[in-house]
Design a protein around this ligand. Structure first.
Ligand SMILES: [Zn+2]
Length: 107
């Protein structure tokens, strides 16, 4: 079995980074909520600051998830996780082991 081309390694690294972001951002958001609620209750900081921080985390999570769903296969260039681009059917990202178009396996 030959080694993968170097540009595939870069693509897989970007996919892994996106997957990490998709669970780390909500985790940071949870820790923010846990840490900020007592401060809001004690009136150390205004509630608006908490709301803005949570909105920022929510938007960042949404963007990371969209980038993951619309991540393109390094071999065929089509959406790695979508079966039908016209109907935008998406298979849950965790279950996909290979590109749905060209069967390029994830390492
Ligand atoms: Zn592909």
């Amino acid at each position: 079995m030959s080694e993968e081309p170097i540009d595939y390694k870069t693509a897989w690294n970007s996919l892994r980074r996106l997957q990490r972001l998709c669970w780390m951002i909500p985790m940071v958001g949870f820790l923010l909520v846990v840490g900020i609620v007592p401060l809001i209750n004690s009136r150390s900081i205004p509630a608006l600051v908490g709301v803005v921080l949570i909105l920022i985390v929510g938007v960042a999570s949404f963007i990371a998830l969209l980038k993951l769903i619309y991540w393109r296969c390094p071999r065929c260039g089509k959406y790695y996780f979508q079966v039908n681009e016209a109907r935008r059917q998406t298979i849950p990202v965790i279950r996909i082991k290979a590109c749905v178009h060209c069967n390029l396996l994830r390492p």
